[in-house]
Write a protein that binds this ligand. Structure first.
Ligand code: ADP
Ligand code: UVW
Ligand code: MG
Length: 418
């Protein structure tokens, strides 16, 4: 019997949901998708499509910042109130809800959400400050209000459970590492699973033979080295703060910077950090940094459009390109140059042709080259498209990543969730 699956992707700046009709062990069929974006940078906007047709595009739904949970309420109301979405007349029509949970700790598989899993996710709140705590109210609302649904947690970290020990270990006291579970976890893994599957199909290679350098570039941005279809290295770490800069995140900085952010830092003592408690420092690096701190906008599309007239925006653009190339170079060596393709994904990776051109321009020495026409062409229909130039050593692809679809597919494959 077909079930209705609702996939919920609560990110740092947006909440996206997709609705599918699914049969066990079959690929889910999408019925509708909707997103509320600009959560922390109003105007808050709603985009909604049913049967592949746009119903609302960037419709303003608020002038004040709202939470992920409020955004989810708007999305559910949109779906239930749409008389033409006949499959969801009420919340009771939903059979399975899959939730993107950014930090899953040691979980290497999706989990049916029970009180125990919910408590475990709650324990990880501090390790994904912009994410887990914002997802939990949505999980609670679903457990309470969707009486017929089973709730499943899909973790952003699970794809990276294959990171080898020498890559996931931090060079610090091993006893403390063990006690506090301090290691590289990595995130955006649901997206990397989608990218690996679709890029392997596109390249006509078995998934376990494909080597990729994948870039998920959005409000949170990361890079991943994929070796034999598995995560080999990734730029985010214990938390999603490490690695590339994001809209409001610094990415990796010298850890000592935390102690020098305040005026009296020259005289470091236990009391000199009283004005800047360590958790406040973490908050600044997560919420008050990134390209928003450099330019005033969280929208990378705006940074690209105005970088010729604004020195601040040009600096932010060049800095992001530099950091991305740093990871690509490092992963290229780590994969011994055995790279099938460099893949761009996420809002910026998919829409930012100028960013792709700048990054690939810097990578010419490694054998990457773009076809300018293909790079600039809009390719909305294709899940994966090839934008490489002729006679290149490695291909360059753009992938319209779809975390909701990846979660729905996983749920449709597992009898346990039905
Ligand atoms: N035309 C564009 N060119 C480059 N980047 C864009 C463009 N339009 C939107 N973006 C960027 O895409 C981001 C959203 O990407 P997405 O992956 O959907 O984000 P999220 O991290 O919320 O999941 C926006 O915050 C914006 O910075
Ligand atoms: C892990 C992460 O940073 O996710 P997002 O980009 O959706 O905020
Ligand atoms: Mg995202």
């Amino acid at each position: 019997m077909a079930r209705i699956i609702l996939s919920v992707n609560a990110g740092s700046s947006s909440v996206k949901v997709s609705v599918y009709s699914a049969e066990l062990h079959q690929s889910p069929v999408q019925l509708a998708e909707a997103q509320v974006s600009g959560l922390s940078a109003p105007p808050v906007q709603l985009t909604y499509a049913r049967d592949g047709k746009t119903v609302a595009k960037n419709k303003e739904v608020g002038r004040e910042a709202i939470s992920q949970s409020d955004a989810f309420d708007i999305l559910v109301k949109t779906l239930v109130d749409d008389a033409d979405l006949t499959q969801i007349k009420s919340k009771d029509d939903v059979g399975i809800i899959c939730h993107r949970i950014v930090h899953g700790g040691d979980f290497s598989r999706p989990q049916l959400i029970t009180t125990e899993t919910k408590n475990h996710i709650e324990d990880l709140n501090d390790l994904a400050p912009l994410h887990n705590a914002n997802s939990l109210p949505i999980v609670r609302a679903c457990l309470r209000d969707f009486s017929a649904a089973r709730n499943v947690a899909c973790f952003d970290s699970q794809f990276h459970s294959t990171l080898p020990p020498h890559i996931r270990t931090y060079p610090i006291d091993p006893d403390i590492t063990k006690r506090n579970r301090l290691r590289k976890y990595g995130f955006h893994g649901i997206s990397y699973a989608f990218i690996t599957r679709t890029a392997a199909e596109f390249l006509g290679k078995p998934r376990d033979r494909v080597n990729l350098i994948a870039l998920h570039l959005g409000s949170g941005s990361s890079a991943c080295a994929i070796k034999g279809g598995k995560s080999w290295d990734t730029s985010m770490g214990l938390t999603p703060l490490a690695g590339l800069p994001g809209a409001t995140r610094s990415g990796s900085v010298d850890p000592s910077l935390v102690f020098h952010y305040v005026a009296n830092a020259g005289r470091l003592s236990s009391s000199s950090t009283k004005d800047l408690h360590i958790s406040r420092a973490e908050e600044i690096l997560n919420k008050d940094a990134g390209w928003k701190a450099l330019t005033g906008t969280t929208d990378f599309g705006d940074i690209i459009a105005s970088s010729s007239s604004s020195p601040e925006k040009k600096l932010a653009f060049d800095l992001v390109v530099d950091r991305i190339c740093g990871f690509v170079g490092s992963y290229y060596v780590s994969l011994h140059g055995q790279v099938d393709a460099l893949v761009f994904a996420g809002g910026i990776g998919e829409k930012g042709a100028e960013l792709r051109a700048a990054v690939v321009g810097h990578l010419a020495c490694l054998g990457f080259k773009l076809d300018e026409g293909k790079n600039e062409a809009e390719g909305k229909e294709a899940v994966v498209r090839d934008i490489s130039g002729e006679e290149v050593r490695h291909r360059v692809l753009v992938c319209q990543t779809d975390e909701q679809m990846e979660m729905a597919k996983t749920c449709a494959e597992e009898e346990e969730f039905w």
